[in-house]
Write a protein that binds this ligand. Structure first.
Ligand code: HEC
Length: 453
């Protein structure tokens, strides 16, 4: 009996490669930097069919939101481990990695497959937390969502995304976010599990290059979930987040507290009368509720401590598409304070970004040929990096998606014109909308590295 179970498992593990191996014309995977360490294994053997059941369907997210998200989280509890200062996926038949995240300055590092995320500003994550910390994350899609990835990435070097692209009911993504800040900076991180990863050196201004990364310790800060659930009538998705809370003895999953959940973004609500989000009010004063961080997501919408308060889970994710919307995935110029003070600023922000985007529809349809990504920003980041790699000559063979006939068109000519623009290789790819807006180079680089802002 035992042997029967073990043999298929060994075969599955042997056939899992890094994405660079699957698409052998791609040469610059950040998973190989440095190349002398034992690499994490990406889970890329996407299933064509799924077996998952949906235990959260017995819970009502509007009535008992904490219970709903706890049931979703428990679906991954026995499938990841936090041992030996690593986060490791142990069930390669249920959870799957998103491809093409292993390229560029924010690309996956080798030990845990983490990508770089937005770093918190001073007083962002706790009343006295400093700026300068880094946040890195890794996430997986469940088997239901991965049957969709299997169709998109049939040819791993040349993905196809149809205009009616959407994930199936029961799709789930779960993401674990880690920070270099410790309990002195964020008191509620006491006892949080640590991992070691190759990340940017702490003394570097702005973003580092993959070959400058150094091994460092990070702590679990936040765990995000996204569930395709048709009871979320306006958006098709439920987004929620947990944070590590001050624990010395319990297991990792017992120490995560529900922070917030949303199934909509309260369009046209300009005050704090938010109905489609739930927030854990016990965290007031610990995670939000002071001048620099008045709320988690804009005006009380759901978001996590690591997220930008000018946005919300639903707002940022609802704009996932390729090419990226002309106004980007979030507003990087308006400050929370100015939006709170000035009604017109606030109205403009809410009307342009806090909309209930129906699942599978396109946020910015003014870009010719653009495809919607049904709330998946990993997919957006992956396709952008794929085109960036091709544009930079690190992937041979032009992926069809990069040829979209749009203002963002990534063509060899385009890549070449941009070459003179800067000697920074990663800046060669410069979507036309950014040129028009006349954004400074540093701002473009930031957007290309990390749509999370
Ligand atoms: C301002 C933008 C922004 C906000 C706000 C945001 N995210 Fe994300 N999220 C991203 C980006 C970008 C990625 C993909 C890139 C990465 O993981 O590095 C991502 C990835 C994810 C993933 C992996 C699956 C996917 O869709 O790519 C989940 C799950 C997720 N976020 C959940 C949440 C939840 C829950 C919240 C709110 C608590 C939230 N996010 C808020 C930008 C955002």
């Amino acid at each position: 009996m035992k042997i029967k179970i073990i043999i298929p498992l060994v075969i599955t593990l042997l056939s899992i490669n890094s994405y660079a191996d699957e698409c052998n014309t791609f040469t610059k995977s950040t998973l190989n930097i440095p190349d002398n360490v034992k690499k994490t294994i990406l889970s890329l053997n996407y299933p064509e069919q799924s077996k998952s059941f949906m235990p959260w369907l017995s819970e009502n997210f509007e009535e008992d939101w904490k219970k709903y998200m706890t049931v979703v989280l428990s679906s991954i509890e026995s499938d990841v481990s936090f041992e030996n200062e690593k986060i490791t996926l142990v069930n390669y038949e249920k959870w799957f990695s998103s491809p093409w995240m292993d390229y560029g300055n924010a690309g996956r590092e080798p030990l845990n497959g983490l990508t770089r995320e937005r770093g918190p500003r001073p007083k962002d994550v706790a009343p006295n937390s400093p700026g300068g910390g880094q946040v890195w994350a890794v996430g997986w899609y469940n088997d239901v969502a991965s049957t969709t990835l299997s169709e998109v990435f049939k040819n791993p070097c040349d993905p196809v995304i149809d205009s009616d692209f959407s994930f199936s009911e029961g799709s789930v993504a779960i993401k674990f976010l880690f920070t270099t800040l410790d309990e002195n900076a964020i008191p509620y991180l006491k006892g949080s599990p640590t991992i070691k990863s190759y990340i940017d050196p702490s003394n570097i201004a702005g973003r580092g290059r993959p070959n400058q990364r150094v091994i460092s310790t990070l702590r679990l800060l936040q765990v995000d979930i996204a569930v395709k659930d048709k009871r979320a009538l306006d958006t098709g998705w439920v987004f929620g987040t947990f944070a590590w809370m001050n624990s010395a003895s319990k297991t990792v999953f017992d120490s995560l507290v529900p922070v917030s959940l949303a199934w909509g973004d309260d369009p046209a609500v300009y005050n704090d009368d938010i109905k489609q989000s739930r927030i854990n009010t016990e965290l007031h004063g610990l995670m939000f509720g002071w001048d620099e961080r008045p709320f988690l997501g804009f005006m009380g919408r759901a978001n996590g401590p690591a997220d930008n308060a000018i946005s919300s889970c639903i707002s940022c994710h609802g704009s996932a598409q390729f090419p990226r919307p002309k106004i980007g995935n979030l507003d990087t110029r308006t400050s929370v304070q100015s939006a709170m003070k000035n009604f017109n600023v606030r109205k403009k922000l809410v009307d342009s970004r806090f909309v209930n985007q129906p699942a599978g529809s396109l946020f910015d349809d003014s870009i010719k040929g653009a495809v919607g990504m049904d709330y998946s920003l990993q997919l957006q980041a992956g396709i952008e990096r794929l085109c960036e790699a091709w544009c930079n000559g690190d992937l041979i063979g032009e992926p069809s998606l990069c040829k979209l006939d749009t203002g963002f068109r990534y063509t060899p000519a385009r890549c070449d014109t941009l070459k003179g623009f800067s000697n920074n290789k990663f800046l060669r790819l410069k979507p036309e909308a950014f040129i028009k807006e006349n954004l400074p180079n540093s701002e473009i680089q930031k957007l290309l590295d990390n749509p999370r802002g």
